[in-house]
Design a binder for this molecule. Structure first.
Ligand code: KG4
Ligand code: ZN
Length: 361
């Protein structure tokens, strides 16, 4: 029996989790910094590092407590070492190294993106329907939009990535522009249900070079132009005021200040993003007959429009999404990605640094 403690601090969530024997989650604690960054409309790196420093010890202690364990019961400790915000990564990474040294257990550095993929692999194993490899992995979050081939030997090949904004970033920027606060993704998703997704036509992006690359800056500018030409100043100001006063308003409060025309805009925007993600995934599947499954992961995997579109599409492969709790940043996914490395004895040296631009593949 082996138990790994993992720590995640790459962006605005301080998280710790313990998993046992690859698939048993003994604990998972996530301290979100949303209230800190919400009022600035995005993550402020300096504030984020400071919050991680404040939370890392209590969050880790709580994860141990929830698991009913002491330091001596752990067999390994893992932490995200990239990609992410440098100051944030350093907090979790340094703490994990210190635990490793003090407890005399191996330390394992984990790539955050690999973590997102392993969240899905872990849950599929728990359900008794393991993800068959090689898989096409679509990782869509606030910082990443990538298509990978995930092979059985745990190697990854990059097939396509965004050339500008990540999908989640586009959701967040449009959410902010329309006065829905931060992060915009979850609110846009809930408002989109009430709009006509075909009301506003956004032109599809044509990529030169790698057709599997993504681009989301064009649609973001198109939404901005639409807003500027549709006299929306007052309604946006009203929603911004609501966010300022209420922090995280309810859906009904937002809907009361969101006319049908804006709901249609939001639904059309979401549909366009979802179509771009789905079409690229389908193209990658068509181009590679070896794929045995499709894995969608990262914060944007929560999006109900994306889930519905992928589920309804004729992918021709089993499709796996993470649960909502493991879609956005958490430490279970870091522990899950660390376990195979632990079992193979692939430990990291204490000289491992935080790598903000760390790639997978
Ligand atoms: O994976 P994650 O927690 O952090 C990164 O690694 O970036 O993803 C956060 C991102 C944010 O951009 C957020 O707006 C987006 O995921 N997100 C969503 C939804 N829930 C979270 N985007 C669209 N629809 C959602 N339901
Ligand atoms: Zn993430």
């Amino acid at each position: 029996m082996a138990r790994i403690l993992a720590i995640e601090s790459s962006c605005d969530e301080t998280a710790a989790a313990v998993i046992e024997d690859e698939v048993r989650v003994l604990s998972s604690v996530v301290a979100s910094q949303l209230p800190v960054h919400g009022k600035y409309g995005g993550v402020v790196p300096e504030l984020a590092s400071r919050e991680h420093l404040r939370s890392i010890v209590p969050v880790t202690r709580e994860a141990l407590q929830q698991a009913g364990l002491n330091w001596g019961d752990l067999d390994g400790v893992a932490a995200t070492y990239g990609p992410g915000l440098a100051g944030c990564l350093l907090v979790g990474l340094t703490y994990a190294k210190a635990i490793s040294l003090a407890a005399g257990i191996p330390f394992i550095g984990v790539n955050h993106i690999e973590g997102h993929i392993h969240a899905v692999i872990l849950e599929a194993r728990q359900r008794g329907t393991p993800v068959e490899l090689p898989a096409l992995a679509l990782v869509v979050s606030g910082g990443h939009t990538h298509l990978f081939q995930a092979a059985a030997d745990r190697s990854y090949r990059l097939l396509g990535k965004t050339r500008d904004d990540a999908a989640g970033e586009a959701f967040d920027k449009v959410g902010k522009l329309l006065g829905f606060g931060y992060p915009g993704g979850p609110v846009v998703d809930r408002i989109a249900v009430f709009g006509d997704p075909r009301a506003v036509k956004f032109t599809a992006v044509r990529m030169k070079g790698n057709a599997l690359d993504f681009s989301f800056s064009g649609i973001k500018s198109a939404v901005l132009r639409w807003v500027e030409s549709h006299d929306m100043v007052e309604e946006i100001a009203a929603r911004k005021l609501l966010v300022k006063e209420r922090g995280q308003p309810s859906l009904d409060e937002f809907l009361a200040l969101t006319p049908q025309r804006t709901r249609d805009l939001v639904a059309s925007f979401q549909r366009t993003i979802v179509a771009e993600l789905l079409n690229h995934a389908l193209e990658a599947v068509d181009a590679n007959p070896d794929f045995r499954s499709l894995v969608v992961s990262g914060g944007v995997a929560c999006n109900t429009g994306l889930r519905a579109a992928v589920t309804e599409a004729s992918v021709g492969l089993p499709v796996y999404f993470p649960s909502t709790a493991l879609s956005t940043d958490n430490a279970v996914m870091i522990a899950a990605a660390a376990f195979p490395k632990f079992l193979r004895g692939e430990f990291s040296p204490f000289t491992l640094s935080a790598l903000p631009n760390l790639a997978l593949a």
